[in-house]
Write a protein that binds this ligand. Structure first.
Ligand code: SF4
Length: 165
């Protein structure tokens, strides 16, 4: 019973914070992108946990789509690129090609410690060790992995600070 009550309180707190962040995000997206922000996600060789948290932003609790954020399959339809993983040598060219295929204006967000500097894989012979070695990065979401609420917070910060005109 105690655990159920505790979980309800924690979810309530997350939902309250999420509503505030989400409404701010929605209003910022409407100002700068008219109706919606389209994000292409690229995994450059992560362990899978960062993607799992990104997927959680679309679950019924977080439901990031209601704030105007959509994940798209093609870089040609994307306003922003969200990158995870330490950039394995195999993925470096694919990452650069994806970035080049996006229309301008565009911006890049990295998520997770791997994407920043290799994280736990730092020093491995088979990684580039950070997305910024391949393409320009505008914003970073720290964590291993970052929580869904932190991803949403940082998308808000990125949209607030980005110039699109
Ligand atoms: S930052 Fe951590 S959770 Fe994310 S891909 Fe790297 S090891 Fe996995």
């Amino acid at each position: 019973m105690y655990n159920i009550a505790k979980s309800r309180i924690q979810k309530g707190v997350v939902t309250e914070e999420l509503t505030l962040i989400g409404e701010a995000l929605k209003s910022e997206i409407q100002k700068k992108f008219n109706r919606s922000l389209h994000i292409r996600e690229v995994d450059t060789g992560s362990c899978g946990a960062c993607e799992s948290e990104i997927i959680s932003t679309t679950n019924p609790l977080y439901d990031i789509q209601r704030f105007g954020v959509d994940f798209v399959a093609s870089p040609r339809h994307a306003d922003a690129l969200l990158v995870t993983g330490p950039v394995t040598l195999n993925m470096a060219v694919a990452l650069k090609r994806t970035y080049d295929a996006m229309p301008t204006p565009k911006f890049v967000i990295t998520a997770g410690d791997c994407a920043f500097d290799g994280g736990p894989f730092k020093g491995s012979y088979y990684i580039e060790g950070g997305v910024s070695k391949i393409i320009p990065v505008d914003f970073h979401v720290p964590g291993c992995p970052p929580k869904p609420i932190d991803l949403i917070k940082h998308i808000l910060l990125a949209v607030k600070n980005i110039k699109v005109n």
